[in-house]
Design a protein around this ligand. Sequence first.
Ligand code: HEC
Ligand code: HEC
Ligand code: HEC
Ligand code: HEC
Ligand code: HEC
Length: 484
Amino acid sequence: MTRFHSRVLESLINVISRNKASLLGGIIVIVLFPVLFVSILFDMQGVVQNPYFGFLIYLVMGPLFVLGLVLLLVGSFFAGNDDMGLLTVEYFKEQLNRPGRFSRIRKLVFVTALLTFITLFVVGVVTYTGFNYTESVSFCGKFCHQVMEPEYVTYTNSPHSRVPCVKCHISSDSRWFTKSKFSGVKQLFAVMFHTYSRPIKTPITALRPERRTCEGCHRPEEFPGDILKVEDKFLPDEKNTHVQTVMLLRIGTGDYRGRKAQGIHWHVSKNYKVLYKSSPDHKRISEVTLIGPDKKKIVFRNTDYAGRVAEPGPYKERVMDCMDCHNRPTHVFLSPNEALDRKMATGIIPDNLPYIKRQALAAITKKYASADTARFGIAKDILGWYRKNYPDIVRTKRALLDKAVRGAQQAYMENVFPQMNIGWGTYQSFIGHKNGSGCFRCHSGKFKTATGKTIPNNCDLCHLILAENKPAMDIFRILKSSIR
Ligand code: HEC
Ligand code: HEC
Ligand code: HEC
Ligand code: HEC
Ligand code: HEC
């Protein structure tokens, strides 16, 4: 090291050690720099797959490092001028006035520029990777494990499991960006102080996906028209009889290249607007307004509310969008029947054990205090019943029985989350019309205009049921027999 370099270093150390703020800052920076550097390298390589690791790097060490730098700089700036040696304006002036000293200044400027560059680079990397971390599925879904587990698990089992959380929940609009970060900070506090509601209330108000977001990937106006839907079910009898419901769903199309909007996606065609007033949970609807291409308003009122305006809750009006039907596109919570039917259709629960559907259903619909007691209870319940009623199966087909137990446990764990007070049916899908919900919130036959026009509810409006709970057979045969 030349004499010059050691003098620069000396005055740096002098400045730093002369006041407590920059000394503290200096210590933080020196200690954190190598740790951060190595951690970020590890993280970029994906060596450590733990959401808390990212949290530690980007939301604890990163900001602390930047704080250290700020302390260091602010401290040195406000420190007294004595002993500043090489780092004062006076020194520069003096040097500049002496001929032959320019190369020294150049060196000093070079050193300062290099240090500034390295610092900016590190701060840049920390901020950028830190930002990406807070946008990651790992942070959103796994960091607050207990709170987000239900959404994360259902998401993982859904068709959108490769769409990052932020893609749906945070619009690309910059106003949304700040909104989302503020909302995120609020949520972190809620988790820290355990003030979040269990279960999380829906419909969500902050960060609710926008119609535009869905339309970035799906364009209902381009849908070709009707689709054929086949549902596999298993009856709760001895043979677990495999049946099917088959229907032609009129999902429709809209306003695209001259095609007239029709069918189910007529609601979101751009020439029509459907507005409605409802309770805050959107489950009870009192008034629907339809605005067509001629801009005339047609108002349908729910006859159940005739004369009674004062229902609890403010009846705010909103424009119908994708989420008013697709409120569960990715956090799909199934009913116990559906959950078991899917496990049986895929062979995860073998369907050749007598009464397995009925017994599994009985076991998974009992109330359990936690996921662990549920796992234990379901096994005990199912095995206990077979020991009593089919002891020879327990003896000869134990592996098959254990497989069925594991499948039933999975069906439970994927849909019920006792720690968040989420039971069967806590979150309901608005697709379809189970128990008068979903489509029947409006298509109930009770919505009438002043002139007596009704929102239609005839069974063929939305689908043609080709088979209902009929013995499973080749779809080709079902179609052929219904054509004849
Ligand atoms: C395909 C789009 C999409 C993706 C991807 C997505 N969500 Fe959602 N999310 C929604 C919709 C739609 C709702 C329901 C909105 C409503 O009813 O108000 C929702 C609701 C929620 C809720 C409120 C509770 C509930 O179940 O309704 C939470 C919490 C949530 N999402 C977290 C996440 C997390 C964490 C991820 C990533 C692991 C994620 N979301 C990924 C669309 C999405
Ligand atoms: C980044 C692209 C992307 C975004 C954004 C997105 N989806 Fe999807 N969506 C997909 C993919 C991919 C599939 C799976 C297709 C498949 O497996 O056949 C899918 C499937 C679906 C399905 C069919 C589900 C099923 O059970 O077969 C529906 C309904 C759907 N999305 C609705 C929505 C809604 C509503 C939104 C907005 C909240 C949305 N999607 C946002 C990409 C996206
Ligand atoms: C009036 C209710 C309603 C609205 C509003 C609605 N959908 Fe749908 N959508 C449905 C129904 C019902 C289905 C068929 C569900 C099924 O297959 O089980 C469906 C099916 C879909 C599918 C799957 C199509 C396929 O070929 O399988 C996608 C994707 C989709 N909708 C996207 C959207 C998007 C994006 C919007 C908003 C622009 C939207 N939907 C608005 C009711 C609606
Ligand atoms: C907020 C109220 C509301 C909800 C919820 C709703 N609809 Fe509608 N729907 C309407 C209105 C209003 C009309 C138009 C009635 C008219 O033309 O007089 C309509 C019309 C329709 C039509 C006929 C479209 C055409 O002209 O071809 C279909 C099909 C339909 N709805 C299916 C559904 C399905 C399926 C669901 C549930 C997934 C659903 N709707 C949920 C309000 C609603
Ligand atoms: C406003 C549209 C609409 C009307 C009117 C309607 N349905 Fe549906 N129905 C649906 C939708 C959407 C589904 C769900 C499809 C799915 O599961 O994706 C459904 C599902 C069904 C199913 C299958 C349920 C299952 O087991 O999975 C049956 C059966 C059914 N409807 C019968 C009827 C009958 C009977 C009527 C007349 C009283 C009727 N529907 C009127 C929209 C409608």
